[in-house]
Design a protein around this ligand. Structure first.
Ligand code: GAP
Length: 493
């Protein structure tokens, strides 16, 4: 969840604030092609909330499926799906009620609200952009030395950091702002009925530890995995899907015998890195590991995996060695034993936990950024043109194959539809008849469809089609009987 410094939780960020044409290109493609829309757009949108369109929902599902398979297609991890609303004591035990806050400051003139540390970071970035390196370094060291909200306030006031909205330095004090959304169960909205939208999925796993261990007959080392929505009332939402108020997480808690946590921490930091590179196909030089310098009081070790977004490095996943902090706290607050007892050796202990916590929606954004490319390609007439292409790993692409009859007559549509119906038994398939074939290829490239199948005159005489590869643009002829097998072979390659 982050690192506890000066009595509150400050979440890590190492984002630089540079804007980028790539992000603009991705945002516009996202909307145009149906990956992501602003939530409630026709009413002007709702800040920090996004909707996934027809292609986006497929890509998101494929990311979640890939994670679910990597995590639960093994004998030592099982899954759960816990409810979003939980007993409020859960959040007392976890520490969220007291500590899950960001330092907030208001500008009295514009009434705009900012995360105090972000305001300072953005100021440092502006100093650097103006080549005021010495000033930037001075403010940076002030920020690194800040111990409490008063220190943050002093940095803002002493440096006369202006409000980005009004330009004034008319600031309030810095106060803590709890990020949990509050609501009420039942018809009466009073303090006795308060519940919270969960800010992480992990607590649903901890409170079910005993249920799952007993029912699934698991014994440490074993893990529990969960995918689901989480909610945080972020002060500033920015950078598209990077920091939103409603998002999806994929978390796994791995319960181990105390003493073995170091070895399991190393195992999971490597396994999670490998998932990004091997399963998602993200370029390894766009990822880096960031060990935490300041550890939470309960953490033995922690490391983030960061992705190089168009605006700078940003965390996509945290791997944390959390000792027995969470289970011990839930034992204390619930009065229920959350221990493992070995029936043979009578060994009894509260397991230690290695947590892997990754954002599904943030990973979705990393994947969009990583896959997006613009390149010069030759045209049939000896010239060249620019194509936008999404180089998703074929198994993650929202649409696996597009079936394209060369002309919309002469028996080709009928042959194409028969081929499409056959492929649809195994794959998501698009069917497109409109425009020249080159334009149709470009349309499919833009949304990352790895295979285009063209039905032409030859198809009617010898039952072969052309199979075009998105990345190499090479075309080969394949018999229709072999088409499914060839696509499957390429998906698994
Ligand atoms: N249980 C630990 C935990 O929740 P976290 O670092 O706060 O740790 C894990 O969150 C991941 O969830 C992050 O690495 C990020 O990918 C995602 N995440 C967190 N806050 C988010 C937000 N406001 N918007 C989108 N994704 C977020």
């Amino acid at each position: 969840m982050g690192v506890r410094i000066f009595g509150q939780l400050i979440r890590h960020t190492s984002l630089s604030m540079a804007s980028s044409t790539t992000l603009d290109a991705i945002l516009s493609l996202s909307k145009r092609k149906g990956f992501v829309y602003q939530s409630s757009e026709i009413y002007g949108g709702l800040n920090g909330c996004w909707d996934f369109g027809p292609l986006g929902v497929e890509l998101l599902r494929n990311i979640k499926d890939s994670w679910w398979k990597a995590m639960t297609y093994r004998t030592d991890i099982v899954g759960i799906d816990s409810s979003i609303l939980m007993h409020p004591r859960v959040w007392e035990a976890s520490g969220h009620l007291q500590q899950f806050s960001d330092p907030m400051i208001d500008n009295k003139t514009s009434k705009s609200r900012h995360r105090a540390d972000n305001l300072i970071e953005e100021y440092i970035h502006r100093l650097r952009a103006k080549n005021k390196t010495a000033d930037a370094e001075r403010v940076e060291s002030q920020l690194a030395a800040a111990q409490n909200n008063d220190d943050l306030h002093r940095i803002i006031v002493d440096n006369a950091i202006p409000d980005p909205v009004s330009g004034t330095t008319d600031w309030t004090e810095v106060r803590n702002f709890n990020l949990m959304f509050e609501t009420h169960v039942g018809p009466v909205a009073d303090a006795a009925n308060v519940v919270y939208l969960r800010p992480e999925t992990a607590q649903g796993i901890f409170v079910n530890f005993k249920n799952v261990m007993d029912a699934a007959r698991m014994k440490p080392p074993f893990g529990i995995a969960q995918i689901g929505k989480s909610f945080r009332n972020e002060i500033n939402t920015k950078n598209f899907l990077f920091r939103t108020r409603e998002f999806e997480q994929m978390e796994m808690q791995f319960f181990v015998k105390p003493g073995s946590e170091g070895e399991w921490f190393d195992y999971w930091r490597q396994a999670r890195w490998d998932w990004f590179v091997n399963n998602l196909g993200i370029k390894a030089d766009h990822l880096h590991r960031k060990p935490h310098e300041k550890l939470a009081h309960y953490a033995a070790a922690a490391e983030d995996i960061e992705y190089l977004f168009p605006f700078g490095w940003g965390e996509v996943e945290g791997i944390h060695s959390r000792t027995d902090f969470d289970l011990a706290r839930h034992q204390e607050f619930s009065g229920k034993k959350l221990e493992y007892v070995d029936t043979v050796t009578k060994d009894r202990y509260t397991p230690y936990v290695i947590e892997t916590a990754v954002g599904a929606t943030r990973t979705f954004m990393a994947l969009l950024c990583d896959a997006y490319a613009e390149e010069e390609v030759p045209t049939g007439d000896g010239g060249s043109e620019t194509r936008a292409v999404m180089r998703f790993a074929p198994s993650l692409a929202p649409v696996t194959a597009a079936v394209l009859p060369l002309v919309n007559k002469d028996g080709m549509p009928e042959a194409a539809q028969a081929i499409m119906r056959n492929l649809q038994r195994s794959f998501r398939v698009d069917y497109d008849t409109s425009g020249a074939i080159g334009r149709r290829y470009r349309r499919q490239d833009e949304v990352g469809t790895p295979f285009c199948i063209t039905i032409d005159g030859e198809t009617l005489s010898d039952s072969t089609v052309t199979l075009r590869d998105r990345d190499t643009m090479q075309q080969i002829r394949v018999h229709t009987d072999a088409l499914s097998g060839e696509i499957r072979r390429r998906l698994e390659a």
